[in-house]
Design a protein around this ligand. Structure first.
Ligand code: IVH
Length: 648
């Protein structure tokens, strides 16, 4: 409900409480743990190197087209390849930009995940695939399913990951595709679990359904994650209409797409059309040209980051680009500006990277002027900027710089941190300039200043109320991990914050830990290196920072944390008894072991009170008769598997 349909029926808090309850049940009764338990998504053991796995059927790539004409040619080839009177239709669907995988279910249970690799042999990434929360560990279908789809990272999640990487001094991922494929192949499933991977399935190798569209509908019904955006198109015109509409629609999707895939719907027609060495003849990708616009540079400004780093930004004549009016475009860093030899008045091409942040990609027309020179002073506070040897960035060294404060507030309020909606760039600007906010804790003073806030620019009753509600939520409903992330401690992103939060559970408690004890504890934490440890300890020892933290506590900032409530437990087969007979897919002893681990009883023959007879192949008639006599229900091996997995 939460990950696939986006319609949770319980709150995160209730979910966490249930999860903790399950964990404590399993702690007390380890014999009840089944591989399909949600607690078992994340394995403890690193993968054993890159283990190869062969695909049952090769995974093909797709040919690309970039224009209506090319697509019309594809349509002609399809028509020529099919018998004259053949009636057929197309399906159009998004081309997701991630890493392709094969995911296999056997006996209703998620069994295996394999990367595409070279199309014939990939890498076994089952352990990492299991960490994808949108992917059910068990399904209500006992036939084998060999599914294919795309593992992606949502655009907003990528932003947070990249923030984390920058905080750790690591290179951010250039695009969601690299992020997805890098994460999928991580050796430690615990690290993979920290990456919010999603998967969207778009293919089933088994031909249970006559058409692609029927297959997509069927797997969606099973609760498997699909993109849900396919449409049947009867002819070329309908395809063009889909492609046109999708140009707009894709902007609102939470993940990146790089075009539309067109497929022949009927599986029997696909067989007739066949494959070239690399591509199917029944499918093709339509790719949109990157949307670009030409505009003029009016000014080059520098944005001040919370660490003081200056990032050059081009202020341009407003132009319309992929759905929004753009008047600022990123220039990455000073070296990039120098490389382009950029100057005021130049005409440049801008492009949206990942459809979000526009950036300058090239100069088309040079104005007669001097190339731009980086500022010698911080544009926000006038301090002399510094450039350290190994860095591309220029820095403002002034810790009290209002530009740095503004960036720190934006970081504090960011989705991946305290998640305070309505505290956008323009408002932060005003709040700092008018002296409402002098440090991050001051955000929590704002609800008491309703009438003053109403006097700010573009702040009506409604916006002020929205802001206050958002701040009140942040005051009482964020996790300690979010709060720790939000502080912007150098090198500490969400992952490191999570590790520390788990140990100390609240800011109040963390502040009471003596310095030497803290340093000792940090040194022993798995996942906290010496540099991060030093940064955290140094931050907490700094009297100025401590004052801000104490102020947060005084202002009533309370984080939520779920207490594991120990309760007495049962296995999924508690109170049930089973007798096994016939030829099964694995040794009987193994199955019996699974039943008792799930708290079920094993009877060696059907007797009065035996709940189920698990019948494999070639079951004798006498067994079935005895079962009938005692009212014992006869079930298949896959029904048993589903019960073992906790599905009834
Ligand atoms: S169909 C033989 N459908 O694009 C059929 N592929 O450029 C091949 N991709 O390797 C796959 N979205 O990773 C298909 N809706 C979609 C897709 C899709 C993304 C990827 C896939 C494939 C690559 C080919």
């Amino acid at each position: 409900l939460y990950y696939v349909l986006d319609k949770p029926r319980i709150s995160d808090r209730q979910y966490d409480a249930l999860f903790q309850e399950l964990k404590s049940l399993e702690r007390d009764h380890p014999e009840l743990i089944t591989p399909a338990s949600p607690t078992q998504r994340v394995g403890e053991q690193p993968r054993q190197g890159a283990v190869k796995a062969e695909h049952g059927k090769p995974m093909f790539s797709l040919d690309n087209t970039y224009s209506q004409e090319e697509l019309a040619e594809f349509d002609r080839r399809v028509r020529d390849g099919l018998p004259q009177k053949a009636r057929f239709q197309y399906v159009a669907e998004p081309k997701l930009d991630g890493a392709s995988v094969e995911i296999i279910y056997q006996n209703s249970v998620l069994y295996r995940g394999i990367t595409r690799g070279d199309g014939r042999v990939g890498e076994d990434v089952t352990e990492n695939i299991r960490t994808i929360r949108s992917l059910p560990l068990t399904i209500d279908e006992s036939r084998p399913l060999t599914l294919r789809g795309e593992v992606v990272i949502l655009s907003r999640d990528l932003q947070a990951i990249n923030q984390e990487r920058s905080a750790q001094g690591e290179e951010p991922f250039a695009n969601p595709r690299n992020a997805a494929s890098g994460s999928l192949r991580l050796m430690d499933p615990r690290l993979a679990a920290a990456r919010p991977l999603r998967v969207y399935l778009y293919d089933l190798v088994e031909t249970y359904y006559g058409t692609h569209s029927a297959m997509l509908d069927a797997i969606e019904k099973l609760g498997l994650p699909t993109h849900g955006l396919h449409e049947v198109c009867r002819d070329l015109d309908a395809l063009f209409r889909y492609i046109d509409a999708f140009r707009e629609r894709k902007r609102d999707l939470p993940y990146e797409t790089d075009g539309v895939v067109v497929k022949v719907d009927e599986l029997n027609h696909r067989e007739i059309l066949g494959y070239t060495a690399r591509f199917p003849r029944w499918a093709i990708a339509f790719k949109y040209a990157a949307e670009q616009a030409t505009t003029e540079i009016l000014e080059i400004d520098c944005d001040v980051g919370r660490t003081g780093a200056l990032t050059p930004v081009a202020i341009t004549t407003p132009v319309f680009l992929s759905g929004t009016t753009v008047s600022r475009a990123s220039l990455h860093n000073i070296d990039y500006v120098n490389e382009l030899q950029l100057g005021i008045g130049d005409r440049v091409t801008i492009e949206k990277a990942g459809e979000i942040i526009p950036q300058v990609v090239k100069v088309v027309d040079v104005a007669h002027r001097e190339p731009w020179k980086p500022p010698a002073r911080c544009p926000a506070c006038g301090s002399r900027v510094e450039r350290s040897k190994n860095e591309v960035a220029l820095r403002c060294p002034n810790p009290a710089c209002p530009g740095r404060l503004k960036a720190a507030i934006r970081y504090f309020a960011h989705r991946s941190a305290m998640d305070i909606d309505h505290l956008g760039r323009a408002l932060v600007e005003q709040l700092v300039d008018h002296g409402f906010i002098r440090d991050i804790a001051d955000v929590f003073l704002l609800p008491d200043k309703r009438s003053e806030l109403l006097e700010l620019e573009r702040m009506g009753e409604k916006s002020v109320d929205n802001l206050i509600t958002a701040i009140e939520q942040a005051r009482g409903e964020r996790s300690f991990q979010q709060l720790l992330t939000a502080l912007g401690i150098p090198l500490v992103g969400a992952v490191a914050a999570g590790i520390v939060a788990k140990k100390y559970r609240s800011l109040d408690r963390l502040l009471k830990v003596p310095d030497d004890e803290l340093r000792e504890a940090l040194a022993e934490m798995h996942g906290i290196g010496p540099k991060i440890a030093e940064s955290i300890a140094g931050f907490l020892a700094d009297p100025k920072q401590r004052r801000v933290l104490e102020k947060l506590v005084e202002l009533g900032v309370r984080t939520v944390d779920v207490d594991p409530s120990p309760t007495v437990g049962m296995g999924p087969l508690q109170g049930l008894s089973f007798c096994i007979t016939g030829v099964l897919s694995r040794p009987r002893r193994e199955i019996e072991g699974d039943i008792s681990r799930a708290a079920g009883q094993v009877h060696d023959r059907v007797k009065k009170g035996t709940t189920y007879l698990v019948a494999g192949e070639k079951v004798g008639a006498s067994k079935l008769n005895t079962a009938k006599k005692h009212g014992t229900k006869v079930i298949s091996e896959s029904e048993l598997n589903a019960m073992l997995a906790g599905v009834r």
